[in-house]
Ligand binder design. Structure first.
Ligand code: KG4
Ligand code: ZN
Length: 341
């Protein structure tokens, strides 16, 4: 299929609770399939053991569906890129073992991919809207990480700030759980926030040194406030749900933007990107746009399908790493923790 020089990559993502496969021809998507896992909803969070079992069930059909949708046969593949880490170990093991086995059977190379780099490089998928120029700063906000990264090339990433405790997505999810909202809480808070007053309640915005973040103080402050008000009025949450969500979201966005603005100024960089699940947040996206107008920033905000976990971002990272001569080995081990730099 395609031109002889085309690089056809199968990307596989299984780091958390989505089993995903994508096929890319160079930097263009041919297919991008994500199977979510409803099994966690009843528990109000991801149960690692259940996630691994669901990946085990999903991986073969999801990969088959991606190849079929792309019109690509396994023998057309140049390489298989997979998430090596960071993430849940059992989940990573399913994707990495599958990828290595399939690559060995096809006698093609693997490209082990770093999940957080992949969130950033999702901006390099050719969707016809242009790619960020180097160097740029990316605010990567997901369920497990919150990072300000200086990106100088497709393989030069420098973390200039990160969370010292909870991630931004975790702050959304834990507060949402306290309000009795379903998992994952981020998108539900986002929807409710659109109907509420962001300054109805004031929550603490702990500041830590440099360009780092800390969200655990906000979590405690939010919990203490909601518990105290509920003791006074048992219907407090239901009567104020939209204002609670709007005020919580406003606080998280303020904390993120404060550090992002400071980092952009310090590094004299005015190309700013968002990445990760929380970049789907409408309030954050709007706030970045308005900040960009006043500061003259050029912004890159991912399409919704590339914010939360997906395999197209693994495929594009695999593509650039492949061009950079990075190849995996059958002895590569999945890594729950893996440094990005
Ligand atoms: O990047 P991602 O899909 O997975 C990880 O790598 O962690 O991010 C998932 C996180 C969850 O915490 C989820 O609540 C949050 O992204 N999220 C949102 C929104 N959509 C997803 N948070 C706020 N607003 C949203 N619209
Ligand atoms: Zn992610």
């Amino acid at each position: 299929m395609g031109n002889e020089k085309d690089i056809i990559i199968l990307g596989i993502e299984s780091s958390c609770d989505d089993t995903a496969a994508a096929v890319l021809c160079n930097d263009k998507i041919l297919a991008n399939i994500v199977a979510g896992q409803a099994v966690h909803e009843a528990y109000g969070g991801v149960v690692p053991e259940l996630a691994s079992r669901a990946h085990q069930k999903n991986i073969v059909p999801v990969v088959a569906e991606a190849l079929k949708a792309a019109g690509v046969s396994p023998s057309d593949l140049t390489a298989i890129a997979y998430t090596k880490g960071p993430g849940l170990l059992g989940s990573l093991l399913v994707g990495s073992t599958f990828a290595k086995s399939m690559a060995q059977a096809l006698d093609i190379p693997t490209v082990p991919v770093h999940h957080m780099k992949a969130h950033v490089l999702a901006h390099f998928i050719d969707t016809g809207i242009g790619k960020p120029e180097f160097p740029f700063i990316c605010l990567t906000v997901s369920g497990g990480h919150t990072q300000i990264v200086k990106v100088s090339s497709t393989n030069d990433f420098k973390i200039i700030g990160e969370t010292l405790d909870d991630a931004a997505g975790e702050a959304f999810d834990k507060a949402a759980k306290l309000l009795g909202l379903p998992y994952p809480g981020g998108p539900v808070v986002d929807r409710n926030a659109a109907l509420g007053n962001p300054t109805a309640f004031e929550f603490t915005k702990p500041k830590v040194a440099d360009y780092n973040f800390s969200f655990s103080g906000l979590k405690t402050n939010f919990r203490n406030f909601v518990e105290r008000e509920t003791r006074r009025n048992p219907d407090f949450i239901s009567e104020n749900i939209n204002d609670l969500c709007a005020s919580l979201q406003y606080t998280i966005i303020e904390m993120l933007m404060d550090r992002l603005v400071a980092a952009a100024k310090a590094y004299h960089i005015d190309t700013i990107a968002l990445a990760g699940g929380v970049s789907a947040n409408k309030g954050l996206r709007a706030r970045l746009e308005s900040e960009a107008k006043t500061r003259g920033w050029k912004t890159f905000i991912p399409a919704f399908e590339f914010c939360t976990d997906n395999a197209a971002m693994i495929g594009i990272t695999g593509y650039y790493d492949f061009l950079n001569n990075e190849r995996g080995d059958l002895s590569d081990a999945a890594a729950a923790r893996w440094k990005m730099e």
